[in-house]
Design a protein around this ligand. Structure first.
Ligand code: UD1
Ligand code: CA
Length: 457
């Protein structure tokens, strides 16, 4: 065990997410705007989760109810506390004090609108705590603008000065404050009790903590990370830029996993998309949340996949849609304009053209003909369709659920199947065909005569 590992202390996350984000010009609280299909605040929680925190506290304020629901959906262990008035970042962290009662260890402060902090950076901050009482995450800013500046004295962090309060000399400093900070919980809250609001913004600044610590004879220092990690989202343009960054890092990740993307910039992933080795993805494919694809699968152009799982060798598209609960076993074939929802397709089953399969269990090797629909919804409830292995469903069959078609059974094209079909039986449920000799010619002559008469009148 290295020295760093042996001195790592238990940690708790405090994620600040109470701000309004007025520059988003949105009814949605800023931290709920999504990147890769997950709200910003979920990205912050995910980065921090790598540290296996003992507690996760999210400070909410603007749109608190909505934010709290999203937090619970992504991390049910997280505790939300409310900051009813946004009096500053220091005041925000103080709201977590009661929720951290009895916790002994380090508090890591994160921002809910800063989604790209890496696990490695958080781990470096945690490790640096072995040598300093307070650790702040800094970065060299290309354009320091409104960021707080880190005033260093060698390795020691003397203080953080907010841009609003800085002198021209201080504004020339390019080492900036990301906002992330680590300190022992008891120490941090006792320092925060001392923070006042006598500054240009009239706010209680978290950034006063290093200087207050130093005045007590405690030490403070900074860990540096690339600026890209500290990217915060304040506007729609920044949200779009962040989405692009997220997508390029996700594409790099899938390449790393041995996946082929023919036109990478046209494929969009969700935060949790997993694609296995030797899978090939054609252009213009979109993944929503909770999609997993095993090895050697093929996703042809213009397909949309969300909440679905594809096993090895499965092929979908072009123009296929897998919705939540779609579960494709090995070598399943899903063709163009086919929608699959909450349905399990056994090995080698085929649905090649223009079909809707919802709430269904399809046996291995079954062949579902063009235009087949599982009529799963009666306007009030959803019902299940079961098709046995090796069954052959004729084109344009309507399967009115609940209904079962047995193994190796067959349905005639155009059938409306309302009753169960036994295994190996053939079901035909359509009106009988009647041929009337010569009637087509007679009818045509009659219609032509009508047309001539109309023109003449
Ligand atoms: C803050 C830092 C600044 C740093 C910058 C990095 C302070 C005083 N300043 O400035 O040094 O360079 O972040 O982006 O900390 N929040 C609350 N409650 C509040 C105020 C803020 O929850 O009362 C949350 C916001 O929702 C946001 C985060 O804290 O997630 C940062 O607040 P923001 O107002 O954006 O701080 P900056 O002025 O950008
Ligand atoms: Ca900010």
């Amino acid at each position: 065990m290295s020295e760093e590992q042996s001195t790592l202390r238990p940690c708790a996350l405090v994620i600040l997410a109470a701000g309004q984000g007025s520059r988003m010009n949105s009814d949605l609280p800023k931290v709920l705007h999504p990147i890769g299909g997950a709200p910003l605040v979920a990205h912050a929680m995910r980065a921090g989760a790598a540290l296996e925190p003992a507690r996760i506290i999210v400070v909410t304020g603007h749109g608190a109810e909505q934010v709290e629901a999203a937090v619970a959906a992504h991390q049910d262990a997280a505790i939300c506390v409310r900051q009813t008035e946004q009096l500053g970042t220091g005041h925000a962290v103080l709201q977590a004090k009661a929720a951290l009662e009895g916790f002994e260890g380090d508090v890591i402060v994160l921002y809910g609108d800063t989604p790209f902090i890496s696990e490695g950076t958080l781990a470096s901050m945690q490790a640096a705590r072995a040598h300093y009482d307070v650790i702040v995450l800094g970065f060299e800013a290309a354009d320091p603008g409104r960021y707080g500046r880190l005033l260093m004295q060698g390795d020691a962090l003397e203080r953080i000065i907010e841009a609003k309060d800085a002198s021209p000399e201080q504004l020339a400093i390019t080492l900036c404050n990301s906002g992330l900070l680590v300190a022992d919980a008891t120490t941090l809250f006792s320092l925060l009790d001392e923070v006042g609001n006598d500054n240009a913004a009239g706010e209680y600044y978290l950034t006063d903590v290093p200087e207050l610590a130093r005045k007590r004879g405690l030490s403070a220092s900074a860990v540096r990370c690339p600026e890209a990690e500290t990217l915060g989202i304040n506007t729609r343009a920044e949200l779009a830029a962040a989405e692009q960054l997220f997508q390029s890092s996700k594409r790099a990740e899938v390449f790393e996993n041995g996946v082929t993307l023919i036109a990478p910039e046209t494929v969009y992933f969700a935060y949790d998309t997993y694609i296995g080795r030797d899978t090939v993805i054609e252009p213009f494919v979109v993944f929503g949340p909770e999609a997993t694809v095993e090895s050697n699968a093929t996703i042809r152009a213009y397909s949309h996949i969300e909440g679905a799982h594809m096993s090895s060798g499965a092929v979908i598209g072009p123009y296929a849609r897998l919705r939540p609960g779609a579960e494709l076993d090995n070598d399943v074939r899903i063709g163009n304009f086919v929608e699959i929802k909450a349905a399990h397709l056994g090995e080698g089953a085929k649905v090649n053209h223009l079909s809707y399969i919802g709430d269904a269990e399809i046996g291995a090797g079954a062949n579902i003909g063009a235009g087949t629909i599982t009529c799963n919804y009666d306007g009030v409830m959803k019902h299940k369709t079961t098709i046995g292995k090796g069954a052959f469903i004729g084109s344009n069959t309507m399967l009115v659920a609940p209904v079962n078609v047995g193994a190796d059974a067959l349905t005639g094209s155009g059938s409306v199947i309302t009753q169960d079909v036994p295994a190996e039986a053939m079901a035909i449920a359509r009106s009988k065909q009647v041929n009337k000799p010569g009637l087509a010619a007679k009818l045509r002559a009659h219609l032509l005569a009508l047309k001539t008469k109309k023109k003449g009148s």
